[in-house]
Design a protein around this ligand. Structure first.
Ligand SMILES: [Zn+2]
Length: 491
């Protein structure tokens, strides 16, 4: 990562003489700890309110625009800005267009990330005072959460408890998170209601709580409403009402939404914001029941196509109890239909076949990778890191001047970049899918498919490994005869 440092006194520091030097030390120290290679230091000596009174900033903007840096280090985001709105706009725009990140000892800002942009604008435009009050409250909130044993209350389904230093946070529970994604996907993209998702969860053997094994629609709805799955934590949602008598129990009251402090990117997200908003939208539009009743479901929905006309096959509704559900092509005179369950059995058999074919390829994949070569280059990279650390030491000891330091650091950065590019090329060579993982998923599908009657769950199992199925049944095919071919995901 190639970076530069931008130094500038804040309004409050105008009288302090060695302020810039102290900032420089802090930022260099930060760069050293985070293995950031600093190739230039911009030091604003005159400091005008107007952008055009700040020669170093103008120089910096020009260099950023040219794509010289991946990131710029500064003490606070408002060191860059401070001044009128127009100047702020020019600066933020330049960083955004050049995809140059802003790094402060507190946080990394990536303006190409929408959330970050919001945050940056928020932070640098807001009145200083107001900002102070909010950070103080934010800190208090975090302290409170630590005291009360962590991230407010129970760990949500799909996550595990993790710690960030002393601060309790969440990490993704890889076993359960796929079901959270499925629940959102079913609800938003497939029009499936909460009760059916709940049934699917129950029949998959998941447990909502340790003591409970049956899922209800309310529990699913609570999942679909919880912004925690987008990586967000909302602080200050509740306030404690103080006890009047010693015998009173503590009471928590929900605060106004405007009083919440929402912290984004607090932990890894399981689903993206768009999918989450999609679910909220559906809930708003039909507050209770889903339009999908769950009466009819095709376990092969969205999966099986006619080889003749290319259309998705349909499931024929049962007309009487004697009749088995059938698959058919809606194009007149096209492929003949067949009993649904025959196709299901054939698909599972075909999956077993593909598993046998995968077996030798898995071993092959393990042997073929070029990790040894990559490793050599990586050790080269870590040598550069050591050399850079030495540079910092020499600078600290006063052996190197800032000029010599930046020159040497620059040379290292160029070498580092070249090696990095070589590694990237090597890594982009084949090995796109992890065949071992794929074969495990296929095994899972084969083992579980007929254990459940739930067509939704069956559909989920198939879709976890199959891209699509092509179905052929010409008019002259004998009784119960048909062909299918599978397209496995990622192969
Ligand atoms: Zn057809």
């Amino acid at each position: 990562m190639t970076a530069a440092i931008y130094l500038r006194k804040s309004r409050a520091e105008e009288e302090i003489e060695d302020a810039l030097q102290r900032h420089r030390e802090t930022l260099l120290d930060f760069a050293k700890k985070n293995d950031i290679s600093i190739t230039r230091i911009y030091e604003e000596v005159v400091s005008g309110e107007n952008l055009y009174m700040r020669p170093q900033m103008l120089q910096l903007l020009e260099d950023v625009e040219r794509g010289t840096y991946d990131s710029i280090l500064c003490m606070d985001i408002d060191r860059l800005g401070r001044g009128n709105m127009a100047s702020q706009g020019v600066i933020l725009d330049t960083f955004k267009t050049a995809a140059c990140k802003i790094i402060t000892p507190r946080r990394i800002y990536d303006l190409n990330n929408e959330l970050d942009e919001e945050y940056t604008e928020f932070e640098s435009f807001m009145a200083r005072r107001e900002y102070k009050i909010i950070t103080r409250r934010m800190r208090r909130g975090i302290v409170k959460s630590v005291e009360s044993g962590g991230h407010i209350g129970e760990v949500p389904f799909g996550y595990k408890r993790a710690f960030n230093g002393k601060l309790p946070t969440l990490e993704i529970d890889e076993e359960k998170a796929p079901y959270v994604r499925m629940a959102f996907d079913m609800y938003v993209n497939r029009g499936v209601g909460c009760q059916i998702i709940a049934n699917a969860f129950t029949s998959a053997g998941l447990k909502p709580k340790k003591t409970d094994s049956i899922w209800g629609r309310t529990t699913i709805r609570r999942i679909l409403r919880n912004p925690v799955y987008t990586g967000v934590i909302a602080w200050n949602r509740y306030r404690n009402v103080r006890k009047r008598n010693p015998s009173d129990t503590n009471k928590q009251v929900l605060n106004e939404k405007s009083e919440w402090i929402v912290i984004k990117d607090a932990h890894p997200a399981i689903i993206d914001k768009k999918l989450f908003e999609g679910a909220q939208e559906i809930m708003r539009s039909h507050s209770h029941s889903s339009y999908f009743t769950g009466e009819f479901v095709n376990p092969l929905a969205g999966l099986i196509y006619c080889s003749e006309c290319g259309k998705l096959l349909q499931r024929q509704h049962q007309i009487s109890k004697e009749k088995y559900p059938r698959l058919f092509c809606r194009t007149k005179g096209c492929s003949s239909g067949i009993r649904l369950e025959f196709v299901e059995t054939a698909i599972i058999d075909a999956l077993k076949g593909s598993l046998t074919e995968l077996e030798p390829k898995i071993n092959n994949q393990a042997a073929k990778d070029n990790s040894a070569v990559i490793q050599t280059y990586q050790s080269e990279l870590s040598k550069i890191k050591t050399q850079r650390n030495n540079l910092y030491d020499l600078l600290e000891q006063g052996v190197y001047t800032i000029d010599i330091f930046t020159e040497r650091s620059n040379a290292l950065a160029i070498r580092e970049k070249n090696i990095g590019e070589t590694i990237a090329t090597l890594q982009s060579d084949p090995v796109p899918v992890d065949l071992k993982e794929l074969s495990e998923k296929i095994k899972y599908t084969i083992d579980h498919y007929f254990l459940t009657d739930d067509p939704n769950l069956r559909n989920m199992l198939l879709k976890s490994v199959i891209e699509k199925v092509i179905y052929t049944r010409k008019k002259d095919y004998p009784y119960r005869t048909f062909d299918i071919s599978l397209e496995i995901k990622g192969i």
